[in-house]
Design a protein around this ligand. Structure first.
Ligand code: NAP
Length: 284
């Protein structure tokens, strides 16, 4: 297509500096006092966004993240809220809107595991994982979408009326015995993300997913904290190293920025090739 045939009504992504690509934007990261969420919150702040650091139990850790984000010269606040509670989520968004005025970026990151063999899995273990990992993403996305629709596009801020990044997992694709609740929640996130992306793209709202592989965080310590465990893990990772939270954070910043303005309803795998079925590398 020549430039003369580009529809005049289209807003295309401008040339952006490589850093501070999120200047003036307001972001909320759920589960941001630990692991991937913490790294994402720090990276969004370093890219110029004001950040709400959500958490549910770790007050000190959340306050430390807020202090660190503020060193980037942006605003940050910690908001305690259980993402699986409608009341908590509504209160968290009300706090954000009153403090920051609006929301431009939601990173639906909070998640947990309650692992059990299927025949031993309790209904509480099933429900806890589904409520936090999947229903939590629904509740937060709904609140963000309502504000995006109310406000619309502000061209000086972003090409899009809002961006949602859903933290999924390679287990939205790879079945995971002993973790049926977790894998089901992540499979649910994939179609929640895609269905929502399809529904709100006409309003210039971009919804995408990030699917990490094995990332070094407290959620999976036993998978990497001994030499033997690490070696076992590496049989699943063609790239030959564990992922660091910053590997995921960089992908999130890109998806939140106008650099990815034409990326809609996609899952970006950040997994060192874990989803390439490495067991088949030598013929299977
Ligand atoms: P993590 O270090 O254990 O962090 C989990 C975060 O979720 C914490 O900040 C925790 O806050 C928060 N959280 C838990 N329940 C919550 C609730 N009800 N409401 C609000 N926040 C809640 O784990 P992580 O590895 O960074 O995991 C972050 C996300 O990445 C999860 O969705 C996980 O499934 C996904 N993921 C991780 C990996 C990996 O290898 N690490 C791989 C694939 C996907 P509190 O500390 O206050 O409880």
């Amino acid at each position: 297509m020549t430039s003369a045939s580009v529809p005049a009504s289209g807003t295309t992504s401008p040339d952006l500096p490589a850093h501070r690509v999120l200047s003036g934007q307001k972001a909320l990261v759920t589960g941001a006092n630990s692991g991937i969420g913490m790294s994402v919150a720090l990276a969004l702040g370093a890219a110029g966004a004001d950040v709400v650091v959500n958490y549910v139990v770790g007050d000190d850790a959340a306050n430390a993240v807020v202090d660190e984000i503020r060193r980037s010269g942006v605003r940050a606040i910690a908001v305690k809220a259980d993402v699986s509670s409608e009341t908590d989520v509504e209160r968290m968004f009300a706090t954000m809107l009153s403090e920051f005025g609006t929301i431009d970026i939601l990173v639906n990151n909070a998640g947990l595991q309650r692992d059990a063999a299927f025949h031993d899995m309790t209904l509480t273990e099933w429900n806890t994982v589904m409520n936090v990992n999947l229903t939590g993403q629904f509740l937060c996305a709904r609140a963000a979408i309502r504000e995006f629709l109310r406000r619309g596009v502000v061209p000086q801020v972003s090409c899009a009326a809002g961006k949602i990044i859903c933290m999924s997992s390679v287990h939205q694709q790879i079945p995971w015995g002993g973790h049926a609740n977790y894998a089901s929640s992540k499979g649910g996130i994939k179609l929640l993300m895609e269905s929502l992306a399809q529904e709100v793209a006409p309003q210039r709202i971009r919804v995408n997913g990030v699917a990490p592989g094995a990332i070094r965080t407290p959620i999976n310590t036993s998978a990497w904290d001994t030499k033997e465990a690490y070696a076992r893990l590496m049989t699943l990772v063609p790239y030959g190293r564990i992922g660091e939270p910053q590997d995921v954070a960089r992908a999130v910043v890109w998806l939140a920025s106008d650099h990815s303005d034409y990326v809609v309803g996609t899952t970006l795998y950040v997994d060192g090739g874990m989803t390439l079925y490495p067991g088949f590398a030598t013929g299977g």
